[in-house]
Design a protein. Structure first.
Lengths: 385, 422
């Protein structure tokens, strides 16, 4: 059969390998982010996420009990206990070395006795049990610092997800922000599609003077950065009494999304077979009937692909929401803004950033997988004839 | 007696207006724990005044307040993290002058009161000077953080003069260790920690008058005294032996991560110069006062410049006037407003009448003593310079300098960017 269908290109392997490389290139940071979302801030700051997957040798700073726990045994004052207790570490830690000075953190082997000066000594066993002996009463408010070098198993936490999903009160929570985001996103996706579908049909199949010029203007608007329009548009909204709120946000998203929507849909509709439309006209169909009965069903892939684009863009949007929606009362916040707030005044909470990325990715992923076949078909149909 | 009198007058003023409860929106830079703190203060104000107060924080406050003011949707009160932006907005007519008498109150009740009045006084749209900003919550920047136990292990003493600090730095190097952790990384603001260093060095090598002239560009950036201050910073940051990770790591290390080297085992460094807010980025469970402590970034004994302190602060200004906004400014003049946040930590105040036992812990009280004990207090110079310099070329210039560029060349570039803004 091979020779009938033509020989396979010898470049197939190159294609496969480059695809694999590209996939790895995209996946690598995503996996890193995913692993980081299960780590604490201190872990992220001290070691890379790839270290988190395997047991690693680490130096810990632990503390013996404070001197007020001392007991008298014969002529000696003694403090006994376990270093690993209450540290949230697993039980079967095997330490390889320990020390009492920051200058030499691995000075002693497990079971050794170290001199703390003034006749005071400390003995630490491999399982973390320690015993401090002193001939005189010990004083001070803090326990002896002990540096421990040990092999630690991977340690993951769900605390970040708990913080992102469940922190905040009833008026200031991720759940509220989630529904606010949906309130912004759904109308902001549907309105431009409806408007653009009508416009695209007219620009593709209705003859009227100035049509080519209109198309050129729409294409020209594609390159206008939306940042240019932010303040004038907000002034307009305040001037005509809309103010900051959902209505203004929907209109802004609609306006900013329309040039691309019209351009994409018009290109798709122009490619539909002329015969069908002319037949319909001959049979007496009105323009509206042609549009609803023929064009819309045939354009479904293009509509779906633009819907995905617009949905992802409005879902991830922070700029438009900050300008047109979020006012000083703080009642209307969206997920992207809520995530930024979780990062704190000076930013830098990478663990929250990683976790929030995966929380906010969930809905777009669902939408994408549900509609992805239309995305590819719609894109190709718009360009390749 | 006087204190109780003034506060009772303020409370009486609050009560008299309580009959007309209004909505009050406050917009500021605080998020996270700080947001909870400011909301607690505002809740107390709401309870005492009867107004409905809401607070919103933003990490991009500087951009958003401009957008809102331009479009006419400004909040009632904006909390500016730096005076430069407030001055700019005052000159464009977006701010309302504070009530008469506020300036006198600040002059009388704040330590170094006149300097706080000066920092909050700007030219309005008609060119006349008015007090627009009320300072509430300040930071001290001239601090060196260290781990007392690591100092004890190594037998180091806390230096009280710059000469001693330099000797200690050399001694740590001689012991085979690394003295400093310095990180300039901060996303789009990368470089700002170095500007604090240079400002601190300016105050320690030159008189406050020279500092003021530098900040207002009456003496150019290329002046040899400024270049010398930049080089003083370079003496620490550009010496591979002095900095954890080597001089090459300074510009690329994030400022939020750099203090963590103090607490590593074994320690990666022994000292970290940073403002009073930095404990927020210490490893979880670090106790300030025990695991970590600070000392005043000392002045040269040989220069006789006293003990200068570099600081910063937030100023509250009225961006959309109503009675509630004026009531809030009046409320901020009561000791209650200061003591509530003092009890939550991370708050310093120049208000002389506060009860220092209300500070959350001894280290914060000690920090406030540094603030009150300053012979010279100067505001973070980069915040007072025009945005294009203080939040632009000065930052990038310091990154270039940390990367090995010549100090005079860097100063020349910053000056030419300043000239371009005039």
């Amino acid at each position: 059969m091979d020779n009938i269908a033509g020989t396979k290109s010898s470049l197939t392997w190159v294609v496969h390998i480059s695809v694999a490389l590209l996939v790895a290139l995209w996946l690598f940071p995503t996996v890193g982010l995913f692993v980081s979302s299960f780590r604490t801030a201190d872990q992220i700051a001290t070691s890379g996420w790839w270290n988190a997957l395997f047991p690693t040798e680490q130096s810990l700073v632990l503390r013996a009990a404070a001197p007020d726990a001392q007991m008298q045994e014969g002529g000696l004052y003694v403090i006994e206990g376990n270093l690993f207790e209450g540290e949230g570490l697993s039980d079967d830690i095997d330490m390889s070395a320990w020390g009492t000075s920051s200058r030499d953190v691995a000075a002693y082997a497990p079971g050794d006795t170290a001199d703390l000066g003034d006749g005071e000594t400390i003995t630490v066993q491999a399982n973390g049990d320690y015993r401090i002996e002193s001939p005189a009463e010990m004083s001070g408010s803090r326990g002896q610092r002990v540096f421990v070098t040990a092999e630690l198993p991977p340690d993951f936490t769900l605390a970040n997800y708990r913080q992102v999903l469940l922190s905040g009160d009833a008026t200031d929570s991720m759940a509220k922000a989630f529904f606010n985001t949906l309130t912004v996103t759904i109308p902001a996706t549907i309105i431009p599609i409806v408007v653009a579908a009508f416009a695209a049909y007219a620009l593709a199949w209705m003859d009227f003077p100035g049509r080519a010029l209109l198309i050129a203007i729409v294409v020209g608007l594609l390159v206008v950065p939306l940042q240019l329009a932010l303040i004038p548009l907000l002034k307009l909204h305040l001037g005509i009494g809309i103010g900051k709120g959902y209505l203004g946000t929907w209109m802004a998203h609609t306006g900013f999304g329309l040039p691309l929507a019209i351009y994409l849909l018009r290109n798709y509709m122009v490619g539909l077979p002329r015969d069908i439309i002319e037949n319909a006209r001959v049979d007496g169909a009105t323009e509206f009937q042609i549009f609803t009965k023929i064009i819309l069903p045939l354009s479904f892939p293009a509509l779906a692909s633009f819907a995905i684009f617009q949905f992802l863009w409005t879902w991830n949007d922070l700029l438009v929401a900050k300008v047109f929606l979020i006012d000083a009362t703080g009642q209307t916040t969206v997920m992207t803004n809520q995530i930024v707030e979780l990062l704190g005044t000076r930013g830098g909470n990478w663990e929250i950033l990683a976790t929030a990325a995966f929380v906010s990715i969930a809905v777009p992923l669902l939408v994408f997988f549900a509609m992805q076949k239309y995305l590819v078909r719609g894109l190709l149909a718009g360009s390749v004839k | 007696m006087k204190k109780t009198l003034t506060s009772s007058v303020a409370i009486a003023a609050l009560c008299s207006s309580a009959a007309f409860a209004e909505d009050l929106t406050v917009f500021g830079p605080w998020l996270g724990p700080d947001q909870a703190n400011v909301e607690q203060v505002l809740a107390d104000f709401a309870a005492k005044s009867g107004h409905n107060v809401s607070y919103v924080g933003s990490d991009s406050f500087e951009q958003q307040i401009v957008v809102d003011a331009e479009a006419g949707s400004a909040p009632n009160i904006a909390v500016f993290p730096q005076p430069g932006l407030a001055a700019d907005m005052a000159s464009r007519g977006f701010l309302t002058p504070l009530k008469d008498g506020t300036a006198d109150w600040v002059r009388e009740n704040y330590a170094a009161g006149q300097s706080w009045v000066d920092l909050g006084t700007y030219a309005g749209p008609d060119g006349s000077d008015n007090l627009y900003g009320f300072f509430y919550k300040v930071d001290v920047k001239s601090l060196v953080w260290y781990s007392p136990e690591n100092f004890e292990d190594a037998g180091y003493e806390i230096p009280t003069t710059m000469e001693e600090l330099k000797a200690l730095t050399d001694q740590i190097v001689a012991d085979g260790e690394t003295p400093w952790c310095i990180g300039l990384g901060s996303g789009g603001a990368t470089g700002w920690p170095a500007t604090d260093w240079v400002e601190d060095m300016m105050l320690r090598t030159q008189t406050p008058e020279v500092y003021d002239q530098w900040v207002s560009n009456d003496i150019p950036f290329t002046d040899e005294r400024v270049v010398a201050a930049i080089e003083e910073f370079g003496a620490f940051a550009r010496n591979d032996d002095y900095v954890a990770g080597g001089a090459g790591a300074v510009a690329s290390t994030d400022f939020r991560d750099s203090p963590k080297g103090l607490f590593a085992a074994p320690p990666q460094c022994y000292m970290h110069r940073q403002a009073s807010f930095i404990p927020a980025f210490f490893p979880e469970g670090t106790e300030v006062g025990a695991d970590a402590d600070f000392f005043y970034f000392p002045a040269y004994e040989g220069k006789d410049l006293g003990s200068p302190v570099l600081g910063a602060g937030t100023l509250w200004a009225i961006t959309n006037e109503n009675q509630a906004a004026h009531d809030l400014i009046a409320y901020l003049q009561t000791t209650d407003a200061h003591e509530i946040w003092m009890g939550n930590g991370g708050f310093l105040t120049p208000l002389k009448g506060v009860d220092s036992s209300k500070f959350i812990d001894a280290p914060t009280a000690k920090m406030n003593d540094i603030l009150l004990g300053a012979t010279t207090f100067r505001f973070d110079g980069s915040d007072l310079m025009p945005g294009g310099v203080g939040a632009g070329s000065f930052w990038t210039g310091m990154v270039d300098y940390a990367g090995g560029k010549d100090a005079a060349a860097v100063a020349g570039e910053i000056q030419s960017s300043w000239d371009a803004l005039k």
